[in-house]
Structures are given as C-alpha cells and as structure tokens.
Write a protein that binds this ligand. Structure first.
Ligand code: PLP
Length: 438
C-alpha cells in the first residue's frame, strides 16, 4: 500500500502534546489500522507497541464494534442525557459494574479520562458535603501523576510540564512523593522497596487535618510517567490510611483498566479496592470517545439520598455523557472482552512479554526497565536535555516500523492485549535495534 499525504495543508491543525513545527516539517500521518498494525501515509507498515494511546486493546479495525456504532447511529443517533436516557447507557453501566470490584457498582459517564477525573473530583466534594463534612475540600495526589488535562486533573498532576504554564489550578492539592526508587531498578513486577512512601499521606493528614481532605487520587500503576509499578504493600497502606481518616481513595484506572494488567482493573490486579474508579480508553477499545466514573453504592446513596425527592441530585454532566454511539462501542467491546477471554489472554502473555522486555537490560542506554501485566516502561539515559533523546528515539523507532508512546526519555510499551508472542518479539527486536545506537 502506498499513499500520499491525503491533505492539502498541515498548517491549520494545532496538534495536542506535539512538537507542531517539527512535525509539520517531517509529518507522520497514520492512514490505516488493522489488527496490531498501523500504516503510514508513506505506505509503511508500523507495529503498534502502545495500543494507540493504551486504548486499542483489541487491535484495530474491529468489525463488530464498527457495525454496532453504525447501527446505533441509524437507530438513535443522539439522545439528551439530562432527564432522558437511552437503553445503551443502562446496559453499558451494568456491564462495567460486572467488571469492577464488588460494591463499586454505580457508573457515571463522561467522554474522556480527563472528564472522568474532574467528575471524580466533584463526586468526592459532593459526597462529603452531602454527609455534612463539606470542609473536606482538599485533595491528595502524587509527584509524577497524570490525571488528564482538565483544570482539576492539571491541579492533581505531578508532571511539571503539564502544570507550569497553567497557573495555580484548583489550589488545595498536596502531593505525595512518587514511588520510583533507584534500588528498585530493573524489577519485574512489584518492587520490594517503598511501601513506606504511602506514609506521606499520613504526614499530609498531620499537616492539614483529616477533616479537610476529600480524596486521595492515585493511578494503580503511574502510567504516562513511565509505568511506575506500586511497591509491594504500598496501595494497601494508602487504603488503610484513607480508612483511618475518612478519606476517599480514588484509583485512576484510565490506563490500567480493561485487562491491561491481566485483570479487569488495577484494583483486582493489586487486591486493593478503592471507593471511586475513573476509566476511559479501553472501555470502547478507543473506537469512540468515552470515560466513566464508577463509585461505591454508599457514595452514590449519600449524594442521591441527600437531595429532595424529585430534585436533581448531582449538578454535573456532559452533553455527550453516555452518547449512544459510544455506548454501542462500549457494549460491543466489553462483549468481545468476555467472549474471547481477552483479560485472561493478557495474563497468559504477561510472562513472555516481561521476559522479552527485560531481555533489553544489557542495552547501554537503558537505565531502568519496569513492567507489570502488558504494561512496560523503559528509561533511556538523558543526553543532557531531558526528553530530547526520547523524542529522537520515538522518530527512529517509527522509521524502523514501531510506534510507541514516549514521555520524556521514557518509552511506554503496551501492546494490544490480542497480540501474539511473535509480535512482542518483533517489538523488542526493533527496540534493541534502535536503542543500541545510543
Ligand atoms: C491515568 C490517566 N488519567 C487520565 C487520563 C486522561 O485521559 P484523556 O486523555 O482521555 O482525557 C490519562 C490519559 O492517558 C491517564 O493515563
């Protein structure tokens, strides 16, 4: 397959999280996706090493999802989500609640991970207020966290580039330390050291007072920053501290959810149940924009039952909350996950994936490798300017036929859950080929 740039001009589109000027001088357009491959505008076949952006768990070009969306739009293209509903919203919420841990069974729809995070912030505030604890307005997050880019998520963010241009945000957010420790380098699975980093939450409680803190947000594995796997015992400790002080524990499962870790969610993978979970991406295989917040029945009940009968209980929602086409994509996706035992398949492929990834440990430019489930992070030694080598590697890997998501000098490897061992081997061979040049 060979194609030209099927566009007349690159100048009008302002690309997100992109070096626009460099890209427009050397464009990389993807024009087709099928299975675990993309094709570039130059006709090059490119292995998808990051499932798009961690969303296309089932690979690309899935006919059943496409057909479900097409048929839904013909049947009912749009329905207002406030005071009316359509059947798909109830069905997708039911299917999601079958995958979440017991007790987390009420589902609110948004359209992205960022919207899910900002929704969860508002749920936490409304929950405490409904219970007469409206002074709980502070949040706790973590260095190196990524919780999307809306103003709430930006305030929770632990990544300086995502914060520094955008002012003070929502203010009352305290950050725990991140969990990367030099002594844990090259650990496969959960590292031994660092459970005590959870005690940062206790210190924050000591500083601000528990009765001012609404919720603690963490990604089970800090994904975008480079796949920081939680130390053994760390999430359990956070859970215990939250319980002790009436703080809601929120797991941002936007990357970890829907089988990436060989379980439905990070909550099950690590055996720790939060109070609120945010999710997106894999919920529709990335085929329609969709995000969701799942909460404990007790959180839902507190908010809903505090409002007068007949009144709106939670003054929040989006024009496209639970859009019919997104729900159709979500239902079709979740049905395939179940029918094809996709999460079990991810678990079965995990040892091969991690062994292959860690076989790169001898590459001189690699300073750390981490991994859990089908999610891996590789750190490259900086060339002096943070992120420059990572960006260079990204372009060279693309040229060599592998797409991977980079954050700074970290490479994030997250193959589609349906890929074969051969695909993993090919990804790792391409990584070795390119990274050995540094
Ligand atoms: C943990 C986490 N939360 C939130 C988001 C934001 O999701 P979105 O880009 O769909 O807004 C992401 C995106 O990668 C994420 O990894």
């Amino acid at each position: 397959m060979s194609m030209k740039l099927a566009t007349n001009s690159l100048e009008h589109y302002w690309m997100p999280f992109t070096a626009n000027r460099d890209f427009k001088a050397h464009p990389r357009l993807l024009v087709k996706g099928k299975g675990v491959y993309y094709w570039s505008h130059e006709g090059k076949q490119i292995l998808d090493g990051s499932s798009g952006l961690f969303c296309c768990a089932l690979g690309h070009g899935r006919e059943e999802i496409a057909r479900a969306v097409y048929e839904q739009i013909l049947e009912l293209d749009y329905s207002p989500p406030f005071q009316e509903a359509h059947p798909g919203q109830f069905e997708l919420a039911r299917l999601v609640s079958q995958l979440t841990p017991d007790g987390i069974d009420r589902v609110f729809f948004a359209n992205s991970g960022s919207e899910a995070v900002d929704t969860a912030i508002k749920v936490a505030l409304a929950y405490h207020r409904a219970r007469g604890e409206g002074a709980r307005m502070r949040f706790v997050s973590r260095e190196r966290a990524y919780h999307g880019v809306n103003i709430g998520g930006t305030s929770l963010s632990g990544l300086v580039k995502n914060r520094e241009a955008f002012g003070a945000g929502i203010g009352a957010v305290a950050h725990m330390r991140h969990t990367w420790l030099p002594e844990n380098r090259f650990t496969k699975g959960q590292p031994e050291h660092g459970a005590d980093l959870a005690d940062d939450l206790e210190r924050i409680v000591g500083l601000y007072g528990a009765d001012t803190i609404a919720a603690c947000f963490v990604e089970p594995i800090a994904g975008s920053t480079g796949a920081l796997v939680p130390p053994k015992g760390y999430l359990e400790r956070l859970r215990a501290i939250c319980d002790r002080h009436g703080i809601l524990l929120v797991f941002d499962e936007v990357i970890c959810g829907f089988g990436r870790l060989g379980h439905p969610f990070g909550a099950q993978a690590f055996g720790v149940v939060p109070d609120i979970m945010t999710m997106a991406k894999g919920i529709t295989n990335g085929n329609q924009p969709m995000g969701a917040v799942a909460v404990k029945g007790s959180v839902y009940d507190a908010i809903v039952e505090s409002a007068p009968e007949g009144a709106v209980e939670f003054f929040h929602g989006y024009t496209y909350s639970g859009h019919p086409a997104a729900c159709a994509a979500g239902i079709a996706t979740l049905q395939i996950y179940e029918r094809d035992r996709v999460f079990e398949r991810a678990a079965a492929l995990t040892p091969h994936f991690l062994d292959a990834l860690f076989s790169l440990s001898d590459v001189p430019a690699i300073t750390d490798i981490r991994g859990f489930g089908l999610l891996g992070g590789i750190d490259l030694a900086s060339d002096g300017v943070p992120g420059r080598r990572g960006y260079d590697a990204h372009k060279k890997l693309y040229e060599a036929g592998l797409y991977v998501k980079m954050t700074g000098d970290a490479i994030l490897v997250a193959p589609p859950l349906v890929c074969e061992p051969d695909h993993v081997d090919r990804m790792v061979a391409l990584l070795r080929q390119v990274l050995s040049t540094y």
